[in-house]
Design a protein around this ligand. Structure first.
Ligand code: IMP
Ligand code: MG
Length: 180
């Protein structure tokens, strides 16, 4: 079964949806009248971004970027590569990066440096989850869904070796599930 390797549920569907509704309300207030571009970081943020976008009651554009910092392991390599770049220009526009989780911070550190060179009007970060204990590089996060402890989580877009993204909740991966 899909849920066999879930040790426990950390954030259930209802809690996720309630928090995302709140975040959407806040973002709606903050970006009213602005040319907003949501940048969804593939693949992990795709489910969060889809739900969040529908809670932002403003005209907006969505674009996608794919970067790699993880292979099939649970540790960051520290190397960030752009696998897919934006389709749209962001110069002069208000950009909000939408991430699934901030762990070491390496991915977002790289991304913000990269996107700033394109001269957006503003650049902010929104993440569903944050593991502050794990930070290696400081990053300023503007919107955080939930702070979580240092455990490897799956579901709601987050994978382990490309599986479990379709779980509707955030769960802790059980220790026996790690492939050696
Ligand atoms: P960072 O560069 O270390 O901050 O890593 C960010 C990326 O690592 C996230 O966008 C996720 O794709 C992945 N990641 C970090 N922690 C977890 C986790 O607990 N479960 C699944 N993926 C994770
Ligand atoms: Mg990610």
């Amino acid at each position: 079964m899909l849920t066999n390797n879930v040790e426990r549920i950390l954030i259930d569907e209802e809690k996720l949806m309630n928090r995302i509704r709140e975040m959407g309300r806040q973002i709606t207030e903050d970006y009213r009248g602005k040319d907003l571009v949501l940048i969804c970081i593939l693949k992990g943020a795709v489910i969060f971004a889809s739900d969040l976008a529908r809670e932002i009651k403003l005209p907006l554009a969505m674009d996608f970027m794919a970067v790699s910092s993880y292979g099939s392991s649970t540790k960051s390599s520290g190397v960030v590569r752009i696998l897919k770049d934006l389709d749209q220009e962001i110069e002069g526009r208000h950009v909000l990066i939408v991430e699934d989780i901030v762990d070491s911070g390496l991915t977002l550190h790289y991304l913000t440096e990269n996107l700033m060179t394109r001269k957006p009007a503003s650049l902010k970060i929104c993440t569903c989850l944050d593991k502050p204990e794990r930070r290696v590089t400081p990053v300023k996060i503007d919107y955080v869904g939930f702070n979580i402890p240092d455990e490897f989580v799956i579901g709601y877009g987050l994978d382990y070796a490309e599986e479990y993204r379709n779980l509707p909740f955030i769960g802790v991966l059980s220790k026996d599930a790690y492939k050696k």
